[in-house]
Ligand binder design. Structure first.
Ligand code: TYM
Length: 336
């Protein structure tokens, strides 16, 4: 770790295939930040099991996610890439921080309320204390910046509150983290229900694009994308949610701004526009899909990556954990 650089931490749950939403809202920005910061990018499998997972599929997705991080341009020589369950310090710090987190503040988390409503038969304690584990992920590495999409802002804020509370009781222990939310694409919406976030758990597969989708699947989803009764390609995120979402995606895929896009499609129908957005996404994702397929053929390489990542992460994490254990009054751990 370069001590001159600030630290970034972020993670994604392997509870579904990576989506265009998680790419635009998170991963794309991780790639841009890797030169300037010390970065740790995690596959947060422990968070994934707050909702029931098929074990074989969870294992497969966790590895595929690692391959996709690399295929998206996250350089394993410059960043620490690892799997959360390989670094026990996350769970250990989570227990301690849980004792400094209030029932009331966890009850107010919107993601908990949403998930509890969707999983009525499995509102488990892990779902409730999810933000504490996420705070541990972030605080273990003395993180300055957490690049996430809009929906994770509240979780980064609670991590900051927990850190402040702990620092207040025991003196300066944790750096206070800040969320880093992109200006364009912080909330990519479903192509079928543009009032809802594009999400991997979405039942309607046409609303969600996955990074490994084949070109014809992508084109079909864009052709069927919900728009509105006008015929004008114009950005208006209140009244034209579908078109505005497509414009955001096109802007990210091509680098064009909204004015350029409005001019380009002036006088065209929605059909042409949807086709162009679909094609731009096919080209954006093509190299990622191909590189991922290559990487997945080399399981030994992936194993070496996540092993090295976990070793590096553990070394940093244990420094913070030792400090926390000392501050709360635990007897020094024997070495065995
Ligand atoms: P997760 O796995 O739901 O999503 C991963 C990342 O992708 C972003 N994202 C989106 N951004 C824009 N539009 C969308 N439709 C969209 N869908 C997903 C999310 O905001 C997120 O940045 N709790 C986290 C995982 C986590 C974490 C952490 C993140 C665990 N520990 C520590 C940061 C730091 C989550 O469920 O993300």
């Amino acid at each position: 770790m370069d001590t001159q650089k600030k630290t970034i931490f972020s993670g994604i749950k392997p509870s579904g295939d990576l989506t265009l939403g998680s790419y635009i809202g998170a991963i794309k920005n991780w790639v841009n930040l890797q030169e300037e910061y010390n970065c740790l990018y995690c596959i947060v499998d422990m968070h994934a099991i707050t909702v029931r997972q098929e074990p074989a599929l969870l294992r497969k997705r966790s590895l595929a996610q690692l391959a996709q991080y690399v295929a998206c341009g996250i350089d394993p020589d410059k960043n620490i890439l690892y799997i959360q369950s390989h670094v026990p310090a996350h769970a250990e710090l989570s227990w301690v921080l849980g004792c400094y987190t209030m029932f009331g503040e966890l009850s107010r988390m919107t993601q908990f309320k949403d998930k509890a409503a969707k999983n009525e038969d499995n509102i488990n304690a892990g779902l409730f204390t999810y933000p504490v584990l996420m705070a541990s992920d972030i605080l273990l590495y003395q993180t300055h910046l957490v690049p996430v999409g809009e929906d994770q802002k509240q979780h980064v804020e609670i991590a900051r509150d927990i850190a402040k509370r702990f620092n207040g009781v025991y003196s300066e222990t944790f750096i206070l983290p800040e969320p880093f939310i992109p200006k364009t694409g912080a909330r990519i919406m479903s192509l079928q229900e543009p009032e809802n976030k594009m999400s991997k758990s979405e039942m309607d597969s046409d609303g969600c694009i996955c990074l490994l989708d084949e070109p014809d699947t992508i084109m079909r989803a864009f052709r069927k994308a919900v728009t509105d009764s006008e015929t004008c390609v114009r950005f208006d995120s209140e009244n034209k949610k579908g078109i505005s979402n497509l414009m955001t995606i096109y802007s990210v895929a091509t680098g064009k701004n909204f004015e350029e896009i409005e001019n380009e499609f002036d006088g065209c129908g929605y059909g042409d526009f949807k086709l162009a957005v679909g094609e731009s996404v096919v080209e954006l994702l093509r190299p990622i899909r191909e590189k991922t397929q290559d990487l997945l053929k080399n399981k030994d390489y992936l194993e070496q990556l996540y092993t090295e990542g976990a070793m590096k992460a553990s070394r940093i994490a244990s420094k913070t954990l030792d400090k926390v254990y000392r501050k709360v009054g635990f007897v020094k751990k024997p070495r065995f």
